[in-house]
Design a protein around this ligand. Structure first.
Ligand code: PMP
Length: 367
């Protein structure tokens, strides 16, 4: 059995020790004689799994007590609709920072559902190579909240700061963040946010699960016409079990949280490893004649590193030879082409070292 190095943008690599533990527990979970997949979500042993996962996530991110943690479904894409439904009940407009494809999709969904939405700042003019600075952000005076994408997974563009959210009259609006591709990559001050959401299939666990972290005072702002399954208040009251949750994905997420706590040593340790991995790869790209990355230095994503080859006729051989060397899923998103190496938490530093060595060798032979 060989596990190759997997640079997929999502569904992404999972820690090998997590998969080994899932394998060991697959047929017979802790002597119960059945798999976690086959348990009722109401069974006490499953409820214990679910509660432990939430407790570990709360500990990892130091989530304050006045926040609810929801384990829901529908992908991050469903939150593009769920957020405005939950937060626009008292009127006002959704405000957006758009820094790439995912932020624009969130904006488009808000407009599709509720007509108007305000773009408070965008990096469109610079080709999404640098995020707007704080002084460029202009909220509408009827801003119900500001939504942004902490890390644009396709463009490889990451915020290097947490925006402050003041309307023109000086009042504060809630900050909503899509953290699908950067959550748990390092420590986070959750208290700065009204809502954080993240699809699981990058840094949390398998697809099928979405984690939402929502501040208590935002639970009573939902629109009356909201589909009931979207409701943060109802989900919180039901322990995320209004209906059957994605039980196995939730269990695996719990194993990933335990791995982060016990094997990695928490998010400060994870942060240092991620910083090192990204620094090395960008240095290799910048030091070469063949590879390049266009993103402003302070906004280069630590999780998703897109790069192009100087001659795109080399793309095919690059990918074929990389795959033969056990370096998988380096093809860039279909909308932008080129390459992308996703360096999520579960991608070990040795994978990055192997990629850098391969890239140098390829350049020597073909560059
Ligand atoms: N937001 C971001 C930042 C993403 O990277 C993705 C998926 N790649 C999405 C939203 C959409 O996620 P999902 O497929 O879970 O709906």
């Amino acid at each position: 059995m060989t596990r190759h190095y997997n640079f997929c943008a999502g569904p992404a690599a999972l820690p090998t020790t997590v998969l080994e533990r899932a394998r060991d527990e697959l047929l017979d979970y802790q002597g119960r004689g059945l798999s976690v997949m086959e348990m009722s979500h109401r069974a006490p042993e499953y409820v214990a799994i679910a509660e432990k996962a939430e407790a570990d996530l709360r500990e990892l991110l130091a989530i304050p007590a006045n926040y609810k943690v929801l384990f829901t479904q529908g992908g991050a894409t469903q939150q593009f609709a769920a957020v405005p439904y939950n937060l626009l009940g008292a009127g006002g407009r959704a405000n957006f920072l758009t820094t790439g494809i995912w932020g624009k999709k969130a904006l488009a969904e808000a407009r599709h559902l509720f007509g108007d939405a305000h773009v408070a700042a965008s990096s469109e003019a610079n080709g999404h190579h640098a995020v707007p600075r704080q002084e460029d952000i202009v909220l509408s005076d009827d801003a119900a909240y500001l939504h942004y994408t902490a890390n644009e997974t396709i463009g490889g563009l990451e915020f290097d700061y947490i925006p402050e959210v003041r309307r023109l009259d000086g009042s504060e609006a809630p900050l909503v963040c899509d953290m699908s591709s950067s959550i748990l990559s390092g420590p986070l001050d959750v208290s700065k946010f009204g809502v954080i959401y993240a699809g699981a299939q990058k840094n949390i666990g398998p697809a099928g699960l979405v984690v939402v972290i929502v501040r208590d005072d935002l639970l009573d702002r939902a629109r009356a016409d909201m589909p009931s399954l979207f409701g943060y208040q109802a989900l919180a009251e039901a322990g995320s079990m209004i209906n059957t949750p994605a039980t196995y994905s939730w269990y695996l997420a719990g194993l990933v949280f335990e791995w982060l706590k016990d094997d990695v040593g928490g998010l400060a340790a994870m942060d240092a490893i991620n910083a090192r991995k990204a620094r090395k790869l960008y240095a290799a790209i910048d030091g070469s004649e063949l590879y390049s990355n266009p993103i402003d230095l302070r906004n280069r994503s630590r999780m998703n590193v897109p790069f192009v080859l100087a001659d795109e006729r080399l793309d095919k051989p690059f990918l074929a030879e990389a795959e033969a060397a056990g370096l998988l899923n380096l093809k860039g998103h279909r909308s932008v082409g080129g390459m992308r190496a996703s360096l999520y938490n579960a991608v070990p530093e040795a994978a990055v070292d192997a990629l850098i060595a391969f890239m140098a060798d390829f350049e020597k032979r073909r560059g």
